[in-house]
Design a protein around this ligand. Structure first.
Ligand SMILES: NC(=O)c1ccc[n+]([C@@H]2O[C@H](COP(=O)([O-])OP(=O)(O)OC[C@H]3O[C@@H](n4cnc5c(N)ncnc54)[C@H](OP(=O)(O)O)[C@@H]3O)[C@@H](O)[C@H]2O)c1
Length: 253
């Protein structure tokens, strides 16, 4: 297993869906590792909650530049606002964590989805914004010597396994997963990771995995952690609101 990297200098880290849940936790857990002129861009609809996350982040890493983007990523304007907020300075590391997502209506079976608008709305956030934001960020920071670029897709077991009445969610996650495969094939320099924080975590990576950072889920509450080694990553179990989230986390340096 590769040596773990614990500090990212001059890093630009973008986290979507950072106002609560896993996205908030990622922000809190990553912040201490972001040093030396690093920036953290947090995107979600609720500006109030983002402000709370910023305060918590700065408490642990006061020198970090934290930019908030209260925006609805299901709209073109929202994606545009996130891209417009990207700092102009050139980072040495780019880390995009595509975490924002929604479940969709899980009371319906496939035969119940007769409204094109409902399906389109779901895909706007869960697929379209994922693709457009990834594309926009990668275009803003094209490949160059000395720059390490990583795109993370927060995925799910549903990307690879069908669950009755979860068709929208399964379809969205499957589409994101495939986009990651294509992206990795297209951009040889890029590190692409799909990470599933579900009950049966799986990891798909565009190219060779090296564990560099481990994150623990649930630091905002007093959770019990049960860490164990798992494959290429570190797996931990914690309970959040009564739900168990085994964790596998890898950032490919
Ligand atoms: N929870 C699980 O058991 C589980 C399991 C496997 C995978 N995942 C995946 O992990 C990711 C996070 O899940 P979670 O449980 O932490 O979700 P969550 O608690 O519902 O949080 C979702 C985040 O996305 C943001 N968001 C939702 N709609 C948005 C929109 N239209 N525009 C911008 N931001 C939006 C929310 O903030 P605002 O409401 O402020 O916009 C929030 O910060 C998702 O991709 C999910 O599919 C979760």
């Amino acid at each position: 297993m590769a040596e773990r990297e614990t500090v990212f200098r001059e890093c630009l880290c973008v986290i979507t869906g950072a106002s609560r849940g896993l996205g908030k936790e990622l922000a809190l857990q990553l912040a201490p590792s972001l040093t030396g002129a690093s920036s953290l861009v947090l995107v979600a609809r609720s500006g109030e909650r983002l402000e709370e996350v910023r305060r918590a982040v700065l408490a642990s890493q006061p020198s970090l530049r934290v930019l908030l983007v209260p925006a609805d990523l299901s709209t073109g304007q929202g994606v545009g606002a996130a891209l417009a907020a990207l700092p102009q300075h050139r980072p040495r590391r780019l880390l995009l964590l595509n975490n924002a997502g929604s479940l969709g209506d899980v009371s319906k079976f496939v035969v119940d989805f007769t409204s094109p608008a409902e399906i389109t709305d779901y895909f706007s956030l869960n697929v379209t914004s994922f693709m457009c934001l990834s594309a926009g960020v990668l275009r803003a920071f094209p490949q160059k010597a000395g720059l390490t670029r990583t795109v993370v897709n927060i995925s799910s077991l549903c990307a690879i396994k069908p669950f009755k009445s979860w068709s929208l969610y399964c379809m969205g996650k499957a589409a994101r997963e495939m986009m990651c495969h294509v992206l990795a094939a297209e951009q040889p320099d890029l590190r692409v990771l799909s990470y599933a924080p579900g009950n049966s975590p799986h990891i798909t990576i565009g190219r060779g995995v090296r564990v560099s950072t481990e994150l623990q889920w649930g630091s905002e509450h007093q959770h019990k952690h049960d860490w164990e080694r798992a494959g290429n990553g570190i797996r931990g179990k914690s309970s959040s609101g009564g739900v168990n989230f085994p964790i596998v986390w890898c950032v490919v340096p």
